[in-house]
Design a protein around this ligand. Structure first.
Ligand code: NAD
Length: 327
């Protein structure tokens, strides 16, 4: 089976090659993302494997169908980058990896909280320069703070468990009722916004959650709130969050995802002019921490992603319908 990988990085090659010792599959790794211009690279392949910022829109899917490719495996959980309606109409089979290591993303969200709060990134640089002053490094105790969690799925619940360990009070909002530990107090979205000291987003990007954090919702929050987004960039309206940072309404912002990330993330622009004024403004705040979609990025998660993706390929080839099948 021949598979074209788009947006492939060296770590993708390593983790997939490690699972393909017997050369059952023939992998073609392309660093470029999937779009209307690059779809032809997959000619002659049986399937394509894509990631979060590839563009499997209706036009691209039609072009794939014309190349007789009807299997798409996503090496990620989110699937907002695929036009599923178009895929279904074209009779395509789209599989994803719904869960590989929810703890990896939850732990990254916690890392962002600790970094923003205790300013370890600044302390590291200071000490290396011989500056042992503590001025302006004051943090706050997580113990006793109210932590609002938007989305109580796999990652949200893993995050709650860690924050509960710190002795924080956990508030959760999820429109879908499902079992959760007793220490999570379910609230409305509005109440969560109003009382939380820290808000962490763990819901998917859907038409109903796009810009869930915008001027209106920001105005309901406590002054100086810490906001963390490791889910999808478009949950936050970027110009509104910039305004809220300027007024101090948002005291700390940690984002692992960004609405325009597809133009930037996973690439090295250190010797280029960055053509995105919003991210440059965000980068200029001392109380903003940006990481480039690395929440998933642990050895364990990469191995799990490769293993499940290859199983999905086998299932697609054999016409086996599993819960990983989107259409
Ligand atoms: P999940 O499907 O297990 O949970 C999502 C939860 O969000 C569900 O319980 C759902 O009911 C809830 N939800 C839906 N609409 C909501 C709304 N309007 N408000 C609040 N909650 C709502 O998904 P998961 O595995 O926990 O992943 C969550 C998200 O994390 C994914 O959608 C993906 O965007 C993101 N993610 C990021 C990374 C990363 O590397 N940063 C990696 C994996 C996943």
């Amino acid at each position: 089976m021949k598979i074209a990988f788009y947006s492939a990085q060296p770590y993708d090659k390593s983790s997939f090659d490690a699972m393909n010792q017997e050369k059952t599959y023939h992998f073609l790794f392309f660093e470029i993302d999937l779009n209307e211009q690059t779809v032809k690279l997959a000619e002659g392949c049986d399937a394509i494997c894509i990631f979060v910022n590839d563009h499997a829109n209706a036009k691209v899917l039609e072009m794939l169908a014309a190349l007789n490719i009807n299997i798409i495996v996503l090496r990620c959980a989110g699937f907002n980058q695929v036009d599923l309606e178009a895929a279904q109409q074209l009779g395509m089979h789209v599989y994803r990896v719904p869960a590989y290591s929810p703890e990896a993303v939850a732990e990254h969200a916690v890392a962002m909280i600790l970094t923003l709060n205790r300013k370890t990134h600044k302390a590291y640089n200071r000490v290396r320069e011989g500056n042992f002053s503590l001025n302006r490094l004051t943090g706050f105790n997580l113990h006793g703070k109210k932590v609002g969690v938007v989305g109580l799925g796999k990652i949200g619940l893993a995050f709650c468990k860690i924050m509960h360990g710190f002795g924080s009070e956990i508030l959760g909002y999820d429109p879908v009722e499902s079992p959760h530990p007793d220490y999570i107090v379910k609230t409305s979205f509005e109440e969560l916004l109003a009382v939380s000291d820290i808000i962490s987003l763990h819901c998917p990007l859907l038409p109903g959650t796009k810009h869930i954090i915008r001027e209106e919702s920001l105005s309901m929050m406590k002054g100086g709130v810490m906001l963390i987004n490791t889910s999808r960039g478009a949950l936050i309206h970027t110009p509104d969050i910039i305004k809220a940072l300027k007024t101090g309404k948002v005291g700390h912002l940690g984002i692992d995802v960004y609405e325009q990330e597809e133009k930037l993330f996973f690439r090295d622009f250190s010797e280029h002019i960055i053509d995105d004024d919003d991210i440059l403004r965000l980068m200029s705040f001392p109380n903003v921490l940006i990481t480039s979609h690395q929440g998933f990025f642990t050895t364990e998660a990469l191995a799990e992603i490769a293993s499940i993706t290859l199983r999905n390929l086998q299932d697609a080839k054999n016409g086996v319908k599993t819960s990983n099948l989107l259409t």
